[in-house]
Design a protein around this ligand. Structure first.
Ligand code: SAM
Length: 344
């Protein structure tokens, strides 16, 4: 297993790191955390970084981890030279240096000056040449809190792809749809395996289904409203997803299927309809129904306007993970990750 660092987007305090773990497990690998710093996660996995970068939504880049040191010039340089850097990357290569600062970390260091100073020292010591346009490798130093995490960039997440799929750019729009970044994060938290059957039983116009289809799963969408199912069809087709199944149906009465992952964003009992059901009855009944169709050992990621971990346990699920996100003053979105006991 190799040790990597993930530069996490700062859009949530815990979801980006949880997404990394979920994506590794979805791909059939483990992730062993080594260090959790502000917007940086260090850990060991045998997952391929380029494949991970294709899946992740809440990371900026993945680097091969060389060291974590105190955020002082000398310590950074000494740690770099006492790392495996020279053995792994043969000398006389061209390189570039990027220093990234998380929030207001290490204010005593000026990033352009540090980049220049490190570049000079490295060039002098090992005769590497800097080439900012077309470097053979890029050294990245992330200043986070009191620490500096250093390594070599191995993959970059193209976050622009998610902007290109934002709800207003899809043929069928509905205001209740999640952003593609959150939808992809949920697909990863649900450990959706490539080629597996993925279910969203409250699919709306298919925001989560699109992300599941794009990671190579077969999306199955159910919604109680025919117009939503029609919208999901248009949206899936618009993103080139051809292998899918959609049905008008009730999430409380699933059956006749076995699925490998579930991620869903049911109505919160506000603007969105709950089809005449009390919102908590809807969660309780649909969680029982989802548990029935989920294969043992597989995962379910569900949002709710409050903590429903106990409801999940009553349905026979194990709690894996829980995160809260403030949507506005009077609404919290809670992300739950459950696992059905057993093994597949
Ligand atoms: C918050 S929206 C889902 C949004 C969806 N994630 C998207 O990207 O468009 C909730 C959906 O649940 C549907 N719904 C409400 N009650 C349902 C039920 N009992 N079974 C299935 N769908 C239901 C609503 O019609 C609505 O489309």
């Amino acid at each position: 297993m190799a040790r990597f660092f993930f530069l996490l987007s700062g859009e949530h305090s815990s979801l980006p790191a949880a997404e990394v773990v979920g994506a590794c497990e979805a791909l059939g690998h483990t992730f062993k955390p080594v260090d959790v710093l502000d917007q940086v996660l260090v850990g060991e996995t045998s997952a391929e970084p380029a494949v991970l970068a294709e899946r992740l939504a809440m990371s900026w880049m993945i680097g091969f981890h060389l060291f974590t040191s105190p955020a002082f010039k000398r310590e950074i340089l000494d740690s770099l030279f006492s790392s495996d850097f020279l053995e792994i990357f043969n000398p006389r290569k061209t390189f570039a240096i990027t220093v990234k600062r998380i929030k207001r970390s290490a204010q005593h260091l000026q990033t352009p000056e540090l980049e220049k100073w490190l570049a000079e020292k490295i060039s002098r010591e090992v005769k590497f040449k800097t080439d900012l346009r077309n470097p053979e490798f890029e050294l990245v130093f992330v200043l986070t809190g009191e620490s500096c995490v250093g390594g070599v960039k191995v993959a970059e997440v193209d976050r622009k792809r998610f902007t290109a799929r934002r709800p207003s750019r899809r043929p069928a729009f509905h205001p209740s749809t999640l952003t593609p970044v959150l939808a992809r994060c949920m697909v990863n938290l649900a450990r959706t395996p490539p080629g597996g059957i993925f279910l969203d039983p409250f699919c709306g116009v298919g925001g989560i289904l699109i992300e599941a289809g794009l990671v190579g799963a077969i999306p199955v969408g159910i919604d109680i409203k025919p117009e939503m199912v029609e919208g999901a069809k248009k949206n899936l087709e618009a993103f080139g997803i051809r292998d899918y199944r959609l049905e008008v149906g009730d999430a409380r009465k699933l059956g006749g299927m076995e699925v490998d992952a579930i991620a869903t964003d049911p109505p919160y009992g506000r603007q969105a309809t709950t089809a005449g059901s009390e919102v908590w009855d809807l969660y309780r009944e649909s969680l029982h129904s989802m548990t029935e169709v989920l294969k043992p050992g597989r995962f379910l990621c569900i949002t709710a306007p409050a903590d429903i971990r106990e409801t999940g346990k009553e349905a026979g699920l194990e709690v894996v993970d829980y995160h809260e996100q403030k949507v506005h003053r009077s609404l919290i979105r809670c992300f739950h990750v459950f696992r059905k006991p057993g093994s597949f």
